[in-house]
Design a protein around this ligand. Structure first.
Ligand SMILES: Cc1cc2nc3c(=O)[nH]c(=O)nc-3n(C[C@H](O)[C@H](O)[C@H](O)COP(=O)(O)OP(=O)(O)OC[C@H]3O[C@@H](n4cnc5c(N)ncnc54)[C@H](O)[C@@H]3O)c2cc1C
Length: 427
């Protein structure tokens, strides 16, 4: 089977490149290790989409999320859009302005009308600004015409199809002639005379080879194992995950349980402290899991789940730890990470108290890493064209970030994918 491009992984990075290349008339195949879970909008969806049902813990016992399904992690996002941060890419000669602007319309990026933001989020925004902060309505990649008031199931897969996900681009790529192979796990990069010639994969117990002069690895943290096996040993030496912490508080007459997540918030502490503050809370099953892992004394808080209003601090964490063999990993929370998280938790407590929560009714959950990234960094593993040192072999997903973003990632990855497709087409 011979293609112009073999794409490994159907997260946002892989499907963007696939779509752009098929639009330019290229023959493309997308290999996806997982299947396609279409049962969107309930808690089981999360378990079906995440690798090991979401129970991936670092050697230091922190949870990190990895996808194993068509569309990757993008199917579980809150739909919050952050402009690609120029300061992170400019030092590498990368300007994503044009690509991001092109994506804006396709992803339907906009601030939602107040009825979709909801009164509970707006109450938090008001309390935060009364407390001296500068909250605003955030941009989202959610089609307001398809979104339903009170649904709030964005992170359960968005049952209405209002949210932009990698599946939109993946389906468009297929409509343009690309082939999608589900349950097909890339196992080896094929190299001949120092150049890439394709990928060997495992598909229903069989070994299948897909040939192409261009191979794009968009398999997230799994890129590391494939690259190391191809001789690129520096992959996976340290990575980022944008540690986040959820803080919940009981505010009289307010509960964000049915509110659309991350539709308001603030990035005012981002430049100075690498902190983003956005309202969002885990769903009931994740909340129960958090409490259980935090120890039995925390379990009685589960009874109060529906009364909580939740806000998250997300940080730009330091590159630390490593991806180990077999895709296990070490990811310590460094002293700087801890300081940033604590500062964010402190800010959130001020907002919750201003909104009417008592100190005794505020709970901070343990840190979680929801954005595995920066394991194949630009400048170290790939160059500014996302090329590895093996001719024809590229990476394109969150793994190429030169450092942690500490922000919603999807818009940035789409822009990187469009840029890479333009480069490949020109080459
Ligand atoms: C709960 C949650 C909420 C989030 N909310 C937001 C948000 O509101 N806004 C935002 O911008 N970002 C958000 N993010 C972050 C964002 O979803 C991810 O950072 C982004 O989708 C990662 O995309 P990716 O292309 O790097 O790869 P991934 O999504 O990790 O995709 C990798 C793909 O490769 C496949 N794969 C892995 N190994 C192999 C292999 N060997 N062979 C073949 N296929 C393989 C996987 O199955 C997967 O489909 C959120 C993340 C989570 C977990």
């Amino acid at each position: 089977m011979e293609y112009d491009a073999v794409i490994v992984g159907t997260g946002i990075g892989g499907t963007t490149v696939a779509r752009e290349l098929t639009r330019r008339g290229k023959r493309v195949v997308m290999l996806e290790a997982g299947g396609r879970t279409d049962m969107m909008g309930n808690t089981l969806t999360i378990a079906m989409i995440l690798r090991n049902f979401g129970l991936n813990r670092s050697r230091e016992k922190s949870f990190l999320t990895f996808a194993k399904n068509y569309g990757g992690l993008s199917t579980l996002t809150a739909g919050c859009a952050a402009v690609p941060p120029q300061a992170i890419f400019a030092p590498h000669g990368i300007d994503l302005t044009a690509e991001a602007e092109e994506a804006r319309n396709e992803m339907k990026i906009q601030t939602l009308p107040d009825e979709l933001i909801g009164p509970d989020n707006l109450r938090l925004l008001e309390a935060a600004n009364d407390a001296g902060f500068h909250w605003r309505r955030m941009e989202n990649f959610i089609d307001a015409d398809k979104c339903v008031v009170g649904c709030s199931s964005c992170m359960l897969g968005c049952p209405t199809g209002a949210k932009f996900t990698a599946r939109l681009y993946g389906d468009e790529a297929m409509a343009g002639g690309a082939r999608l192979c589900l349950h097909t796990k890339a196992a080896k990069i094929l190299v001949e005379r120092s150049s890439v010639i394709g990928v060997e994969a495992k598909r229903f117990g069989r070994t299948v080879r897909y040939y192409g002069k261009t191979v794009v690895l968009s398999a997230g943290v799994s890129n590391v194992e494939l690259l190391r096996q191809a001789g690129i040993a520096e992959a996976g030496q340290g990575f980022a995950c944008d540690w986040l912490q959820f803080v919940g508080g009981i505010i009289p007459q307010v509960s964000t349980v049915r509110a659309n997540p991350m539709t308001v918030g603030t990035l005012e502490h981002y430049e100075s402290d690498g902190i983003a503050i956005l309202p969002v809370f885990p769903n009931w099953s994740q909340f129960l899991l958090f409490l259980a892992f935090m120890g039995p004394l925390n379990l009685p808080n589960f009874a109060k789940f529906r009364r909580y209003s939740g806000i998250m601090v997300k940080i730009r964490d330091e590159i630390s730890g490593q991806v180990c063999q077999g895709n296990t990993f070490s990811k310590p929370i460094t002293a700087t990470d801890r300081k940033r998280l604590d500062k964010g938790v402190g800010i959130i407590k001020k907002v919750l108290k201003k909104a009417g929560a008592k100190s005794s009714d505020i709970i901070a959950l343990d840190p979680l890493g929801a954005h595995p990234s920066a394991s194949c960094r630009i400048g170290e593993v790939v160059d500014s064209n996302l090329a590895t040192r093996i001719p024809g072999l590229y990476c394109c997903d969150a793994s190429v970030f030169p450092q942690a973003l500490g922000l919603p990632t999807v818009w940035t990855i789409v822009a990187l994918g469009k840029r890479l497709a333009g480069y490949l087409n020109a080459g």
